[in-house]
Design a protein. Structure first.
Length: 215
């Protein structure tokens, strides 16, 4: 007479197969969000023409194909102007560049971003003033930021706080930031920065922050 173990022996391979199918199904159901993220990241990398690589984050192949301009030692000022103006006689490149520095007094806009935890927004963005070769903002009275109609066409006025002048927001797409800087001596400078999402490439492999209604 066969024991129950001997009776079940022919069905062991079938039971093993069914068990694996169930485990895989449960795993896919439980981790479906993570699987979708991985597939989306792979699809995005393929669309951009970049290689798929695990481990440290690297720049996409599209950026590595850009022409590389090697920094060179300083040359005499006259030689710099001559080489620049003879390339295109319509623009005096050094003077145009210096005029931008002088008008803004070396103050420009910078921005950093991180994945947003707010529903419907892609990134939280931090926009702030930086100064060429200096961290001093004592001569600045205020900075006004304008983002456009998605922010109600409002102008956001900010004053220096703990040595920093800036503002933060959230957005689901890139936008143009216009900033008017008012210096304490009455000088006004208008500067701009396109708030792009290109830095978001470094977050492609990272899981998103949990969504919430209020950031």
């Amino acid at each position: 007479m066969l024991t129950w173990l001997e009776a079940l022996a022919p069905f062991v391979p079938l039971l093993q197969t069914v068990t694996w199918v169930v485990l895989i199904g449960v795993g896919l159901a439980f981790f479906r969000k993570q699987c979708k993220m991985i597939l989306d990241a792979i699809r995005l990398r393929i669309e951009r023409g970049s290689s798929i690589k695990a481990g440290p984050i690297e720049l996409g192949e599209d950026l590595r194909e850009l022409e590389y301009v090697k920094p060179t030692p300083d040359q005499p000022k006259e030689q710099n102007i001559l080489s620049a103006t003879t390339t295109n006689g319509l623009i005096d490149w050094p003077n145009e560049r210096n005029a931008l520095y002088e008008n803004s007094r070396g103050v420009f806009l910078a921005h950093v971003l991180e994945p947003s935890g707010m529903v419907g927004q892609q990134y939280d963005i931090f926009i702030f003033l930086v100064r060429h070769k200096s961290e001093e903002f004592d001569d600045i009275e205020s900075a006004e930021f304008f983002f456009g109609h998605y922010w109600g066409n409002k102008v956001f006025r900010e004053e220096p706080k703990d040595g920093l002048i800036g503002i933060s927001t959230s957005a689901y797409g890139p936008f143009l930031c216009t900033c008017r800087i008012t210096f304490r001596d009455g000088h006004v400078a208008l500067i701009h920065r396109y708030i792009d999402f290109e830095m978001g490439r470094i977050f492609e492999k990272m899981p998103p922050r949990p969504y919430h209604e209020n950031n």
